[in-house]
Write a protein that binds this ligand. Structure first.
Ligand SMILES: [Zn+2]
Length: 94
């Protein structure tokens, strides 16, 4: 197995980006990371692309957060009354 790596490093795929895409190694340098992401893109490895994507720049709709999409339920009649009479409590000394 001596395929050239898609990232264009000149190394074989197995010696270059394959360990990163197979989760066996982490990128040691930003260049390695970008090369592995390019290779993942070429190979259609969406999992690697997503894993190496910073959460702040990642699109929200890739993994929707169910807690923010739950509608707020307002039951009729459960609101605060705006009319009526407040009955006071009587405190008695015993
Ligand atoms: Zn590579």
């Amino acid at each position: 197995m001596d395929r050239p790596c898609p990232c264009g490093s000149g190394e074989s795929y197995d010696a270059c980006c394959e360990p990163l895409l197979a989760h066996r190694e982490q990128a040691g340098t930003p260049e390695q990371l970008m090369r592995s992401r390019y290779t993942a893109y070429v190979r259609g490895d969406a999992d690697h692309l997503f894993r190496t994507w910073h959460p702040r720049t990642r699109p929200d709709d890739v993994r929707p957060d169910p807690t923010t999409r739950r509608p707020v339920h307002l039951r009729p009649g459960s609101g605060v009354r705006s009319s009526g009479r407040v009955r006071g409590c009587q405190v008695r000394n015993t």
